[in-house]
Write a protein that binds this ligand. Structure first.
Ligand SMILES: [Zn+2]
Length: 258
């Protein structure tokens, strides 16, 4: 039994790093308005098409010592970090959810969040094509879950309100203070649609706390000043990770408290 589990975990990490490699393509191409499927991966410097062996996540980077096989141009370590991070997220989801619809659902959510928040970090922009994809996937999983578990209206509303309430809170912050961006409303909406009401509240609070802490570190380390725009999308992604990892226990503890 243990052996099967171990194989599943290793498999999850490998699939995650392969997906991570595809997410890199999305992060690179979506802001340029390019197709994410065509043309096949090529070196941005010398345009040589990459062979399958160059596309093996993590390993090919180590093997090629972080350089293009043809022109020896340095490849950013960012790509390999995203592959590794996606692999780790998929592994953690496999450990927590086993083989289940939830595993598939949250693996999809994190793939979306990684693309959206990395593009947000690099371009300070959130693209409607990515958020719409997120909402469509969120609805597909909600319907699949509803069919499998015989949801009634109340349960559908639990997820819909999970999307609307935190997104509404951020919209209110924008209207009142002018801070944050409408893209943050969209990411929050997606995450909440996948999480449902309780976990999405945990997600929102956790994103604010993580955001405040990281911003303080960045300002303290003089990487950013108080006036700089610090994208909030990545904090929502981290807040979602936190909500999935600790949300249930935290809610239980809180309910015992009151
Ligand atoms: Zn090259």
């Amino acid at each position: 039994m243990m052996d099967y589990l171990l194989i599943y975990y290793i498999f999850s990490f490998i699939i995650g790093s392969i997906i991570g490699s595809f997410l890199n393509v999305c992060i690179y191409r979506i802001p340029k308005g390019e197709s994410i499927v065509y043309p096949p991966s090529h070196c941005p410097k010398c345009n040589n098409r990459l062979k399958w062996i160059d596309l093996i996540p993590i390993i090919s980077y180590i093997f090629l010592k972080g350089r293009c096989r043809y022109c020896k141009e340095k490849i950013s370590i960012k790509y390999v970090l995203i592959e590794f991070f996606t692999g780790v997220v998929f592994l953690l989801l496999a450990i927590k959810y086993g083989i289940s619809l939830d595993y598939l659902k949250y693996a999809t959510l994190f793939s979306l969040l990684i693309v959206i928040s990395l593009i947000d970090m690099e371009t300070m922009n959130i693209y409607l094509s990515t958020t719409l994809t997120g909402i469509v996937f969120g609805l597909i999983f909600l319907i699949a879950q509803g069919v499998l578990e015989n949801y009634i209206l109340k349960e559908y509303m639990y997820y819909i309100s999970g999307a609307i309430i935190p997104a509404g809170i951020i919209a209110l912050i924008i209207l009142l203070t002018g801070g944050m961006g409408w893209g943050d409303v969209e990411i929050c909406f997606i995450s909440g649609l996948f999480l449902g009401l309780k976990l999405s509240i945990v997600m929102l609070i956790a994103s604010f706390i993580i955001g405040a802490l990281i911003s303080l570190v960045l300002i303290w380390g003089k990487k950013k000043t108080r006036k700089d725009y610090i994208p909030f999308g990545p904090f929502i992604a981290l807040g979602t990770l936190f909500a999935l990892a600790f949300g249930d226990k935290l809610l239980l503890w809180y309910l015992n408290l009151i």
